[in-house]
Design a protein around this ligand. Structure first.
Ligand code: NAD
Ligand code: ZN
Length: 358
């Protein structure tokens, strides 16, 4: 039985980012400087003028071309150690899933010895992290709510987060004004992450009433947003921010299903980003999730978003084998969806056929 932890504090509403200064002021600490990780999109953005940055603070812009790697996290830690800035009073992460995960991982690493790759797994983090504040600027992954921070270890190829209660944000600021500038396609792909992992968890065999309740509400909000005329209206950006948060809570209480392992295969073999990878995978998911498949494409059509197709139709046997290996390694979600004998159902031949359909 899980003894679940949630984010301790959250503030929600348009303009709530203006409260960051008060939150930081209230935080008692031995040191007074703050370290910021900010999505590179905001590098020359007026948002920076709104932040209560002081001279002694450190700001790092997080690139999003590649999803986080353990070596990036180690590097961020090393820079802070070199500057003598490794005991900040707070870490503030402002951005999408990649940036939120970076803030979480660095906060853990500053209080625990070794390197980021030493903590990929479940409950390996021993010491509480640096106090951290998450401020999402795009909605869908649930990274703001979850107890993990996904990273790839380039040496081993392992893509796994630091699953720990210490990884959960201490404070969130959920300000729907911040998602106004997200490109429409990206808004859809990332938003769909919460829809997809919520229906995966509801269709699985490891269920519990709390996870189900969060997942159902996340799906209901996604329907309101993505079946409406304008998914990016003020009201819909608010709703999607909540759907993302609920989806993150849902997944903390249950497991994903067939979509995420296939998407992870694309990510490991081609470097496809998580959210667009899920959407590409949906092209081949009709047999597993017929109702959701239909609804997903109805939403894409309604919002006039194109889901890329055909990225894995004509590949070598070696590449299909690599895709197969990096898909079936995800035993927990696949047995959640298909039963403990999932490998009898997902043979190399079958997995290849599914990738070809994407
Ligand atoms: P992202 O962080 O990869 O960003 C996507 C793009 O949107 C980037 O180009 C970014 O610059 C841009 N962007 C973000 N906010 C913007 C804004 N307000 N205006 C304009 N552009 C903006 O996006 P994501 O899809 O939120 O996150 C994907 C990452 O999240 C992956 O690394 C994935 O592994 C991780 N993830 C983590 C969890 C978790 O529980 N920790 C769950 C799912 C996914
Ligand atoms: Zn996801």
């Amino acid at each position: 039985m899980n003894n679940s932890k949630n984010v301790l504090h959250y503030m929600f509403g348009k303009g709530s980012i203006d409260k960051l200064e008060d939150i930081l002021k209230d935080k008692k600490s031995e040191n007074q400087y703050t370290v910021y990780y900010i999505d590179e999109y905001f590098q020359n953005n007026e948002l920076l003028n709104k932040l209560p940055v002081k001279e002694e603070d450190e700001i790092f812009f997080v690139q999003t071309k590649d999803e986080p790697k353990t070596e990036f996290i180690n590097k961020f830690r090393d820079i802070l150690v070199e500057k003598g800035k490794n005991k900040p009073k707070a870490i503030v992460a402002i951005g999408g899933g990649a940036t939120l995960d970076t803030g979480k991982a660095v906060a853990n690493l500053l209080t625990n010895p070794g390197n980021a790759e030493d903590y990929q797994g479940w409950d390996l983090v021993k010491n509480p992290a640096i106090y951290k504040i998450g401020i999402p600027t795009i909605s869908g992954t649930g990274a703001e709510a979850s107890r993990t921070c996904v990273m790839t270890n380039t040496k081993s190829g392992l893509k796994l987060g630091m699953n720990s209660d210490f990884t959960i944000y201490d404070q969130l600021i959920l300000d729907p004004n911040l998602t106004k500038t997200v490109p429409r396609d990206q808004y859809f792909y990332t938003g769909m992450d919460t829809y997809i992992h919520s229906f995966e968890s509801l269709n699985g065999k490891y269920r519990n009433a709390i996870g189900d309740a969060y997942a159902k509400q996340a799906i209901a909000l996604c329907r309101e947003v993505f079946l409406s005329d304008d998914m990016m209206s003020d009201e819909n950006r608010e709703k999607l921010m909540i759907a993302s948060y609920f989806g993150g809570c849902a997944i903390a209480n249950s497991f994903v299903g067939v979509v995420h392992p296939f998407s992870a295969g694309l990510s490991v073999v081609f470097g496809t980003h998580h959210c667009i990878g899920n959407c590409i995978t949906m092209n081949a998911m009709e047999e597993f999730y017929p109702k959701e498949y239909e609804e997903f494409f109805k939403m894409a059509e309604k919002q006039d978003v194109i889901i890329p197709k055909g990225i894995a139709t004509d590949l070598s046997d070696e590449t299909y084998l690599a895709l197969y290996n990096s898909t079936v390694i995800h035993e927990k979600p696949l047995s959640n969806a298909l039963g403990d004998d999932f490998k009898n159902k997902l043979t190399l031949e079958k997995v290849t056929e599914i990738f070809k359909r994407m």
